[in-house]
Structures are given as structure tokens and as C-alpha cells.
Design a protein around this ligand. Structure first.
Ligand code: SF4
Length: 238
């Protein structure tokens, strides 16, 4: 697959395409990638609203598409319960977690390192373990300041395609899709959360930025765990 739309054009599509056109575009991107990569394609499922929308879209393309979940010891109990529910419904979702010892409250003293150990290392392992050639994400370019520079089709790591099939969807369109298709969602949304992560680093806010409740009070505020910014094909060293 090759990137076919320039960055500026991508941003204009956020408003130019309607909901139904976006659904068709996303299905087409996943279908094309699945035809090319087959079992080498896997969907990353963070158990948030965007991920479950992408997972549902992928399952519309083929029930055989595989997925993986990166979880940590710090996920809220609601997310763990939702994860168990999803995995029992979809056994083709594989769960990865790094249980190695880390310093107490590392998420406060060095959240970048905490995310590297608990999130980036396991995704590197997942990519190798599942022999993934194309991973599919729920990234959207309107989520916040750190998510404006992505393309629908990328090759940030040589030999590993990253497909962002709902890049141009708005938050409202995600909820529209989930409601229309009656897709179950993480119960934390009913409590007011808009972006979900580990319990110590995720808060409810009324900020316009969807990701403003992530890592409040740290240098990572509103930022990224590293899964979308760090190299994913390495020798597993941080
Ligand atoms: S989100 Fe917080 S607790 Fe989770 S891995 Fe990152 S720093 Fe650690």
C-alpha cells in the first residue's frame, strides 16, 4: 500500500466527506490492506471507542481478521472487565502485558519510561510474535495536538505498514457509528471520560481537547504513550 493523499488533503476531508462516505472510505482501506497482507494484518485494540469502531469495521471486512490488546497492571478495573468480555467474544484478540518489576509510582517520576516499559515493549513483542506486517489503528487527526501529523497509510518503521483507517473521522462520527451498529463500549465513557488509558494517568476533563485528561500534571499532558511515536521494530531495548 502507498500513501495516496497528501497531508493537507487529509485534513480537508475531515469536513468534506459525510459520515457514510467516511465509513465507505475506511472499509475500503481495510479491505485493500487485508487483500494485500492477509494474516499479516492485525488491528490494535486499546478498548477505547475508536478502537472498537475500527475493530467492528475490520470484522465487516472479514471475521477472520486478527487483533491484539496491549494492557498494563494499571488499567482501570472497568477496562479489564471490558477487555475480558471482548476477548471471550473475539478469541482472535490476543492480549500482551509486560509484568516485569518497575519502581513504585514510576508513572509520576518518569511516565515516559513507564509507558516505554509497559506499553511500547509489549507492542514490539506483539508485532514480532504475531508476525504483523500491517497494523491497523484507531488514530484520528482531530483528537488533539499530538495527532495532527499522521497519514492514513504510513511506513514509520521499515517493513511495517501502519494503517489509520478512521484518521478523518470526528469524535461525533465515532459515537454515531457505534450507536447505529450497537457496538458495546467501555463503561467508563458513561462516567464522563473521553479518552481512556491507565488509571493513574487518566482523568475526566471538560477541555476541548479530547486527550486533555491524559497525564495531567506531567510533561506528557495530553500527549502520547509512545506506541504511535516510538520505533516498533527494534532489538527490544529502550
Ligand atoms: S499510562 Fe501511566 S501507568 Fe500507564 S504505562 Fe503510561 S505512565 Fe505508566
Amino acid at each position: 500500500m502507498q500513501p495516496d493523499v497528501l497531508q493537507n488533503d487529509i485534513h480537508s476531508l475531515v469536513d468534506e466527506l459525510n459520515f457514510a462516505q467516511k465509513v465507505e472510505r475506511s472499509l475500503g482501506l481495510i479491505r485493500e490492506a487485508y487483500e494485500e497482507y492477509g494474516d499479516g494484518l492485525a488491528v490494535a485494540n486499546s478498548l477505547g471507542k475508536d478502537s472498537v469502531a475500527v475493530w467492528h469495521l475490520a470484522k465487516c471486512v472479514s471475521p477472520d481478521i486478527r487483533g491484539f490488546i496491549i494492557t498494563t497492571r494499571f488499567k482501570p478495573e472497568e477496562t479489564v472487565a471490558f477487555m475480558n468480555q471482548e476477548v471471550s467474544r473475539y478469541p482472535e484478540l490476543k492480549v500482551y502485558q509486560n509484568d516485569e518489576p518497575i519502581p513504585d509510582r514510576l508513572y509520576e517520576s518518569d511516565p515516559d519510561r513507564c509507558c516505554d516499559i509497559l506499553k511500547v515493549l509489549p507492542i514490539r513483542h506483539a508485532i514480532e510474535d504475531m508476525n504483523i506486517k500491517c497494523w491497523v489503528t484507531g488514530l484520528r487527526c482531530t483528537e488533539g495536538r499530538t495527532r495532527t501529523d499522521f497519514l492514513e497509510i504510513e511506513e514509520r518503521d521499515k517493513g511495517l505498514i501502519k494503517l489509520n483507517p478512521i484518521l478523518i473521522w470526528k469524535e461525533r462520527e465515532i459515537w454515531q457509528y457505534l450507536a447505529i451498529n450497537q457496538v458495546p463500549v467501555n463503561p467508563l465513557y458513561a462516567r464522563g471520560y473521553r479518552s481512556l488509558g491507565c488509571a493513574p494517568c487518566t482523568h475526566i476533563t471538560n477541555d476541548l481537547d479530547e486527550r486533555a485528561g491524559r497525564w495531567i500534571g506531567t510533561s506528557k499532558c495530553g500527549g502520547e504513550c509512545g506506541i504511535h511515536t516510538r520505533p516498533l521494530i527494534t532489538d527490544y531495548q529502550i
